[in-house]
Design a protein around this ligand. Structure first.
Ligand SMILES: [Zn+2]
Length: 53
């Protein structure tokens, strides 16, 4: 099982694609899908970061 890195709530693996950002159902933290097999997530940046133009 994958857990939310912020609140450790179980994150269900759905049909998600790499890089998809979704909110944790429990704490609302935005999570980014970083892997599909196994399903892994990491906190997504809360603000759009400026990567430089
Ligand atoms: Zn959470």
């Amino acid at each position: 099982m994958t857990q939310c890195p912020e609140c450790e709530a179980t994150v269900e693996s759905r049909a998600m694609v790499l890089g998809e950002i979704f909110p944790c159902q429990d704490c609302g933290t935005e999570l980014e899908v970083t892997g599909s097999v196994p399903f892994t997530v990491q906190p997504a940046p809360k603000e759009a970061e400026d990567w430089g133009e």
